[in-house]
Design a protein. Structure first.
Length: 433
């Protein structure tokens, strides 16, 4: 009989504050689906509350996830996605405000209240049980949401040495690239690493690049003993299976950029490149769809976009796309662009490759791991001339309608992923016992 898994779902519990899931949210959602539905032993969701860290019945979490998937529009048709319809109109040559000043990038305070109310209505109210006093002995506490910064929510582990705590660290980017992050973000990330070193008995990371960074950070905190398991992230089921191609996009001429808009993502480089493309080619210049929300360090990028009116007819910000709509845009894009200066992995790369869409990516270790065996062209993140040259070449090349069928790329699934994760958890549990 497999051990009980106490799965921390704090990120998903906070899901109503966002219109669409981030990469970390997708990972936690994947873990929730697997352990709540397929784990051979018992699995209970863990959430911090005003009355302490509590665990609840599995069924409540399943109802909550179903509600959250509706709020995130994970299952709607692209035709019902207003952001997708607006983006298609832009690609079709219609005049569309590229960055609406009144765009609802986040739910309003009232909206959040309503969305949290719907989530609570779906799960039903319950006080739950104390993890410190009532969690069954020798359970595995699994936290993949990278919220260890909140130390009080982990203090119960000091009272339960029998519980094996396994955390996931997605990256250490704010510490490694402080010039691209706000001081508060750097401090919070340092606290996250410190708390992880104190409370974790084992770690999971999404790439060998992150493993090297985390190993160094743990060594600095005298945790040479902690096992660190690498498991490359898979493609979510929403990006797999048969897809109905949108005929309106087949003959369009655009590139796609995915991810939160922040300085370390290097979107400013692409803005400047598109300024040159428009100057050279005018109306014949390709278009760029940016699928992501502005992040905490997005101001220089957004300001450049607002002020550079020359690119407004060729670049559009599509914040809040549903996953089915994002997949449609990936299928027909000339290429996915990933110019990031640093990443923990690069989920959009494997998602695009699963559609048969080529990728232009910055030449960093995490991207090399994500794009292994795929149609990826790697370019130095600071080589603007090479990026411009490659984008122009992809723009002029013929786009094959059969490229998805012709692609030999084999996407990694969650089933593949959890084969390795379950083996690691079993190994850690044996070592602990």
């Amino acid at each position: 009989m497999k051990q009980l898994v106490a799965l921390d779902l704090t990120n998903l519990a906070l899901g109503p504050i966002r219109f669409t899931p981030r990469g970390i949210d997708r990972v936690e959602l994947g873990y929730a689906r697997h352990f709540l539905n397929h784990w051979g032993g018992e699995c209970v969701p863990v959430i911090p509350t005003s009355w302490g860290v509590r665990y609840f019945e599995r069924e409540r979490a399943l109802r909550g996830i179903a509600e959250l998937e509706q709020q995130w529009q994970e299952t709607i048709s692209p035709a019902d996605d207003k952001v997708y319809v607006r983006t298609k109109a832009f690609l079709d040559g219609h005049e569309v405000e590229p960055l609406s000043h009144d765009a609802r990038l986040k739910p309003t305070f009232i909206d959040r209240g309503r969305r949290f109310g719907r989530l609570l209505s779906a799960t039903g109210f319950a006080f739950g049980r104390s993890v410190g006093r009532q969690l069954p002995k020798r359970a595995i506490y699994l936290n993949v949401g990278q919220l260890e910064v909140f130390r009080p929510t982990l203090m119960w582990l000091n009272r339960r040495p029998d519980v094996c705590s396994v955390f996931m660290l997605h990256d250490l980017i704010p510490i490694e690239y402080p010039d691209h992050h706000l001081p508060i973000g750097i401090r919070l990330h340092r606290a996250l690493v410190t708390n992880t070193a104190e409370f974790a008995r084992a770690l999971i990371v999404p790439s060998r690049a992150v493993q090297a960074s985390v190993r160094q950070a743990m060594t600095q905190r005298r945790r040479n003993d902690i096992p660190i398991h690498v498991e490359l992230l898979p493609v979510s089921p929403e990006f797999l299976g048969p897809a109905i191609n949108d005929p309106q996009l087949v003959n369009t001429h655009y590139f796609l950029l995915c991810g939160e808009i922040d300085l370390h993502k290097n979107q400013l480089l692409l803005m400047q490149i598109w300024q040159k493309l428009v100057a050279r080619n005018e109306a014949q210049a390709p278009k760029l769809v940016i699928a992501g929300f502005p992040g905490v360090t997005s101001r220089p990028i957004v300001d450049f976009f607002r002020n550079c009116t020359a690119i407004h007819g060729h670049v559009v910000l599509a914040s809040g796309l549903s996953t089915p709509a994002l997949r449609q845009l990936m299928i027909n894009a000339r290429a996915l662009l990933m110019p990031s200066l640093a990443e923990g992995f690069g989920l959009p790369i494997v998602e695009a490759l699963a559609q048969g869409t080529p990728v232009l990516a910055s030449d960093i270790p995490a991207h090399r791991e994500a794009g292994k065996d795929g149609d990826v062209t790697y370019i130095a993140g600071d080589n603007a001339d090479e990026w411009l040259s490659r984008i122009e070449a992809f723009s002029k090349s013929a786009k094959s309608a059969d490229r998805m069928r012709a692609s030999t790329y084999k996407p990694r699934t969650w089933n593949d992923y959890f084969t390795g994760i379950e083996a690691f958890l079993s190994e850690v549990a044996r070592r602990e016992s």
